[in-house]
Design a protein around this ligand. Structure first.
Ligand code: AMP
Ligand code: ZN
Length: 472
């Protein structure tokens, strides 16, 4: 049996899907005006583990991650400039260039974390304007909207259960909120469905609509795209906990008012990656706008394997906040490399240990208890009653869920170790630098380094089994 913590009920529930052995899952995606920071990436590692666990339990998973490329405002509410337009202005690029660049960077980050991007749909908000307009039209026809001087708004008073996700204290939300610039809103919790283009300013991204030229609000895109690809009611919706009070309650309100049906059956949220209190960004959640912004590329630049970041995340439960510091990440890297070494020394063709598999499954099926699963993995490795062959087979089975790609890592680490002895330190350093450049997709620098290595008398070959060096 699988149990999952559903934010809607505030407790663990046995999981079942709407359709037999098929799951529809929507993960709120990135706003592509900047790189994803490693905190954002926790959301997608979490979604990936969830998907792998479901596949392991013989479900087919239809996974959707949206790309927010319009409508997310700097104020996170209905005020402030559009993050994409602002990003383009700052970088002196077009909105399209900014979107293309950071979407690609996001995909590369996912790949480095062993997330299979070919298996995921990535719909873009700007490519679903018609669907968003249709949804707003339905809401308008049903009487859930009103117009102000800057847009079309959703009237949250008309949806009685508004705030039901996470039992939001609406009175408190009102008191605590900043004085809103838009005094025409009837209630503080109302939100923009369509915003009119600013009269004195030409936007790069704007569209015609029944209400005039403008652009969709951030919340409506998720409802429109989720329902298009997964149906009016679907199984799982995820995001970081910051999305509970506003974004996800807004998605529920507009979707359920439009269809009259339950929108999502299981709501799952991951806790934050926070910054260590003594370091940069001190004690706060990692955020794109704040100091202490760390990317996966920063991890790689420290010579830490990106998969070690995944491993480190898995050593904490997804609902527990985790504090980032370099030391624990470096320890996770050491632990993962040890695991890879152990793995690569085990012979193949064994059988899966039933006893250990059962223990492992109990943990992952229990609301994704990955720390428990990882602890059992090490216990299994230490178990003298399991043969070396069977250990390897069992590790391969565990890896289907954990996604550490032990086989691939073993090849990489092994290939480097083999060439290690006869090669001068200067060349080794260049090889490592080139690995980093390749991981960062800096092909130009990688090629320059290849030439430098050649000048030192070594030829590089990138093979299926990793990078190899030959003396010339
Ligand atoms: P954004 O690109 O800002 O729309 O966020 C992408 C995802 O990252 C969302 O699911 C957020 O809830 C999540 N998120 C934002 N900050 C953090 C953080 N510090 N730790 C974990 N998840 C985060
Ligand atoms: Zn969303």
């Amino acid at each position: 049996m699988i149990t999952l913590w559903n934010t809607m009920s505030g407790g663990k529930e046995p999981f079942s899907s709407l359709e037999k052995k098929k799951v529809g899952m929507y993960n709120c995606g990135p706003t592509v005006y900047n790189y994803a920071h490693i905190g954002n990436l926790r959301s997608y590692v979490f979604a990936d583990i969830l998907k792998r666990m479901l596949i392991y339990n013989k479900y087919k998973v239809n996974q959707v991650i949206n790309i927010t490329d319009v409508g997310h405002l700097l104020g996170d509410g209905d005020e402030g400039r559009d993050k994409i337009e602002e990003g383009a202005r700052k970088e002196g690029k077009t909105a399209r260039e900014v979107i293309a660049f950071y979407t690609l960077a996001f995909m590369e980050d996912l790949k480095m974390l062993n997330i299979d991007v070919h298996d995921i749909k990535f719909p873009r908000a700007t490519e679903h304007i018609a669907e968003q307009i249709d949804l707003i039209k339905t809401l308008e026809q049903k009487g859930f909207t009103y117009k102000t001087s800057d847009g079309i708004y959703f009237d949250t008073q008309k949806f009685k259960p508004y705030g039901k996700l996470g039992n939001i204290d609406l009175a408190h939300l009102k008191e605590g909120a900043r004085v809103t610039i838009n005094s025409q809103k009837k209630h503080n919790t109302d939100f923009a469905l369509w915003k009119f283009a600013e009269p004195h300013e030409k936007r790069q991204q704007e569209w015609q609509s029944p209400w005039g030229v403008g652009f969709p609000g951030w919340h409506i895109e998720c409802s429109a795209m989720a329902m298009k690809y997964l149906g009016e009611t679907f199984d799982i919706h995820t995001g970081g906990i910051d999305h509970i009070p506003v974004h996800h309650n807004n998605e529920i309100a507009q979707s359920e008012c439009a269809t009259g049906k339950e929108y999502v059956r299981f709501w799952l949220h991951n806790a934050f990656v926070n910054m260590a209190s003594s370091g940069i960004g001190s004690g706060e959640k990692m955020a794109k706008s704040a100091g202490g912004f760390l990317r996966l590329a920063d991890v790689v630049a420290r010579k830490i394997n990106p998969v070690s970041y995944r491993y480190w995340l898995l050593t904490a439960h997804y609902r527990s906040p985790i504090t980032f510091a370099w030391e624990p990440l470096e320890s996770a890297n050491v632990a993962l490399m040890k695991l890879v070494r152990v793995y690569s020394e085990l012979p193949s063709f064994g059988k899966i240990s039933k006893k250990w598999l059962e223990k492992f499954e109990t943990h992952v099926n229990n609301d994704l208890n990955t720390p428990g699963a990882i602890a059992e993995m090490w216990n299994m490795i230490r178990d003298k009653t399991v043969s070396a062959r069977d250990k390897k087979a069992t590790l391969n089975e565990f890896d289907k869920v954990l996604g550490l790609s032990l086989k691939t890592l073993a090849k990489e680490v092994f290939a480097l170790a083999k060439t290690d002895k006869k090669i001068p330190d200067t060349v080794k350093k260049l090889v490592k630098e080139r690995e980093i450049a390749r991981k960062n997709n800096d092909w130009k620098h990688a090629d320059e380094l290849r030439d430098d290595i050649l000048k030192q008398g070594f030829e590089l070959k990138d093979t299926e089994n990793g990078t190899k060096l030959k003396k010339v």
